[in-house]
Design a protein. Structure first.
Ligand code: ADP
Ligand code: MG
Length: 237
């Protein structure tokens, strides 16, 4: 424990919460299935970044998390890799429809980046990823979603449009990620986020990532996360 505490301190990492899983040092420590390890190796990710070392075991244990770290620190893989494991752990996938993993991001560019990252790791397992954001034809998106997917990466406004059009439902969604929560609030998406969260079963796993934690984001986190572990990497304003 002392060793973990000193290691975290040396890297500017702060962690709070009850019964926090120990950080990992390598991707192999995560117990990932072999195809996933191969896909990681293909990305030339030699070792996990600081946020990944802390967040991966927490998220893999099924806990809710608040991850605060600056841009470029590798937050995407911290939620995408455990999401693949989460989806593979679901029994009888075919019985319901609609995504299991739902990721909200503030802009179409970010949603697209996450979509690409998710696809890299989902491919080997036949997990379907859909991207949903403005600027794309609503009809095309509707058709794609109707065909089914396990992961949807979306901007909040367009996701609500698609839910209203009954392109998808949230019945089997159990893994919700709010990425760049501070920016989503800056862009005025709080009502949309609350509406989306309200449609996903309360026993879901919820992950919130942000570069900063303004009071409004803090309040949302208190309302929608259960017993979260908070991981902060570096100096965060
Ligand atoms: P953030 O969401 O924190 O801004 P990203 O997840 O977008 O950061 O990652 C930033 C860059 O680092 C991306 O190009 C990503 O592919 C790369 N990356 C992520 N994890 C690792 C790793 N473990 N080793 C090397 N590069 C990584
Ligand atoms: Mg990011």
């Amino acid at each position: 424990e002392q060793e973990v505490a000193e290691y975290r301190k040396s890297l500017g990492i702060r962690v709070s919460g009850f019964d926090v899983p120990r950080p990992i040092k390598t991707f192999e420590d995560c117990g990932f299935p072999v195809e996933l390890l191969k896909a990681i190796a293909k990305q030339a990710y030699e070792k996990p970044t600081a946020i990944q070392c802390q967040a991966l075991p927490i998220v893999l244990s099924g806990r809710d998390i608040i991850g605060i770290a600056k841009t470029g620190s590798g937050k995407t893989a911290s939620f995408v890799l455990p999401m693949i494991v989460h989806i593979m752990d679901q029994p009888e996938l075919a019985k319901e429809e609609g995504p299991i993993g739902v990721i909200c991001a503030p802009t179409r560019e970010l949603a697209h980046q996450i979509y690409l990252e998710a696809k890299k790791f989902a491919k080997a397992y036949g997990i379907r990823v859909s991207a949903v954001y403005g600027g794309m034809s609503k009809l095309d998106q509707f058709k794609e979603l109707k065909a089914g997917c396990e992961i949807v990466v979306a901007t909040p406004g367009r996701l609500i449009d698609m839910i209203k059009m009954k392109a998808l439902n949230m019945l089997r969604a159990t893994y919700l990620v709010l990425d760049e929560a501070d920016r989503m609030f800056d862009l005025g998406f709080e009502p949309q986020i609350r509406s989306i969260v309200g449609q996903i079963r309360p026993d879901r796993q919820t992950l919130l990532f942000s570069a900063t934690m303004p009071r409004k984001v803090e309040k949302l986190a208190r309302e929608i996360l259960s017993d979260p572990v908070r991981v902060t990497v570096g100096e965060v304003g």
